[in-house]
Design a protein around this ligand. Structure first.
Ligand SMILES: NC(=O)c1ccc[n+]([C@@H]2O[C@H](COP(=O)([O-])OP(=O)(O)OC[C@H]3O[C@@H](n4cnc5c(N)ncnc54)[C@H](O)[C@@H]3O)[C@@H](O)[C@H]2O)c1
Length: 398
């Protein structure tokens, strides 16, 4: 059962928004805010539960960042809807009491962090993740300064904050490939979604030598058996991660978006919506490895059938933990707000974690998700025993 579930209805448009706090740790919780037409409280609840597993799974004793409880927010609105920004503003106003006291949030599907920052600031909320700063050892301002510095870093035309999530997904996919005996040079990957997560995952898989043969976005699938030019495609995206088709190369084929998961490739990266791998389409999958950049990408029965067929699924709360973990590592001062320190910490933590999950799954005879859940629960217990006894009443006071 969730700790708190809130349903909000916008009095001007009738659009619904939701916040689910799955659990609190030290009185705090964290999780992203998504904007998608059709989002429901059930989806937000699933995502909040996932956050409770994601928060502790990277915890290493000695880290300054100690895991929060899991939470999530969602607004049932198309990000392309011209009213989406004002709806986000009214939602921020409505949930401000939670943001001020116990819920740290940030970008997710359909919403960019800079939009959240601008809209929340206009509602008198200096940071969407402000409550997390109340437990930063050297004070909230030091955490805010580190976060601002980190988000100002640009890596080859893309902001570091937009890259770390996909860098983490690519790291876990590469570790799973190694575990399964696949070499990058002879491995092909397909990515569904080309926004923050999909775009950066494709970039770092390609940089590692993997051939990215398919990319799907909201407008369909682009396929090239010889490999797509990921760097060029990244620069043609609009603000919602949609590729400009006029910039495709001659031999890039356009196909139906639903075919992404049936392509002949060893690695699949779902990096768009939730619930995309289902009982109905699971038999079409040819891949050996699925690394879930998207939260709750695979339905339970479909995952069981993949497991039975020997397909390795790196579960969402391991594959995509990079953004959340990086944010807190920076804010708490576990790493410097630089490209080098960020990528080094992500590699050092997520590669070995993926191997540990897959080895534990084999040793315990369970699916990787269950093995990762056991590891997360064990780490949560260690972190729980280390909480400071007091918290600061005002998250913005030094
Ligand atoms: N951004 C993060 O920090 C973060 C962290 C962890 C997990 N995630 C998860 O990753 C997923 C993607 O998030 P994001 O932030 O990259 O989103 P985003 O909004 O930046 O990008 C979404 C991408 O999905 C594409 N898309 C939309 N509808 C589609 C459709 N019907 N078929 C194929 N593609 C479609 C869009 O064109 C875009 O390329 C979500 O499930 C989110 O929960 C995001």
């Amino acid at each position: 059962m969730s700790y708190l579930e809130v349903t909000w209805t916008d009095d001007e448009t009738g659009i619904n928004g939701y916040v689910v706090i799955d659990r609190l740790s030290r009185g705090l919780s964290g999780g992203g805010l998504r904007m998608r037409k059709g989002v429901t409280i059930d989806e937000v609840r699933d995502l909040a539960r996932g956050m409770s597993l994601k928060e502790p799974v990277v915890y290493t004793p000695g880290d300054k960042y100690i895991p929060l409880g899991g939470a999530k927010a969602g607004i049932d609105c198309d990000p392309y809807d011209p009213r989406s920004r004002e709806v986000l503003g009214r939602f921020a106003r409505a949930i401000k009491p939670l943001i001020d006291t116990c819920f740290a949030t940030g970008e997710d599907f359909g919403v960019r962090q800079d939009t959240i920052d601008e809209v929340f600031a206009a509602e008198g909320i200096p940071s969407s993740a402000g409550v997390g700063y109340r437990v930063v050892e050297d004070g909230p301002q030091a955490g805010i300064d580190r976060q601002t510095a980190a988000f100002a870093v640009d890596v080859e035309g893309v902001g570091l904050g937009e890259l770390v999530g996909g860098y983490g997904v690519a790291t876990t996919a590469l570790a799973a490939m190694k575990y399964r005996g696949l070499e990058p040079a002879t491995t092909r990957a397909v990515v569904q979604g080309f926004g923050s997560m999909g775009g950066s995952t494709a970039r770092y898989l390609a940089k590692a030598g993997v051939k990215v043969v398919g990319i799907a976005d909201r407008d369909g699938l682009i396929y090239n058996a010889d490999g797509l030019d990921v760097e060029t495609l990244l620069l043609t995206r609009d603000a919602y991660g949609v590729i400009d088709r006029t910039k495709l190369r001659e031999n890039d084929e356009q196909r139906d978006g639903a075919d992404w998961l049936a392509l002949d490739a060893e690695v699949l990266i779902p990096a768009a919506m939730s619930y995309v791998i289902t009982d109905e389409n699971v038999d079409r999958i040819q891949a050996t490895i699925i690394a879930e950049a998207a939260n709750v990408a695979t339905l339970k029965d479909a995952e069981a059938s993949l497991y039975a067929r020997g397909v390795t699924v790196v579960p969402d709360f391991v594959a995509n933990v990079g953004t959340n973990a990086w944010w807190w590592w920076v804010v708490f001062g576990d790493i410097e707000p630089t490209e080098a320190a960020s990528f080094a910490k992500l590699s050092d933590v997520l590669g070995p974690l993926t191997t540990q999950v897959l080895e534990r799954a084999a040793a315990d005879g369970v699916q990787p998700r269950e093995a990762a859940t056991r590891i997360s629960d064990e780490k949560r217990a260690i972190a729980d025993s280390m909480y400071p006894r007091t918290i600061k009443a005002d998250p913005y006071a030094d």
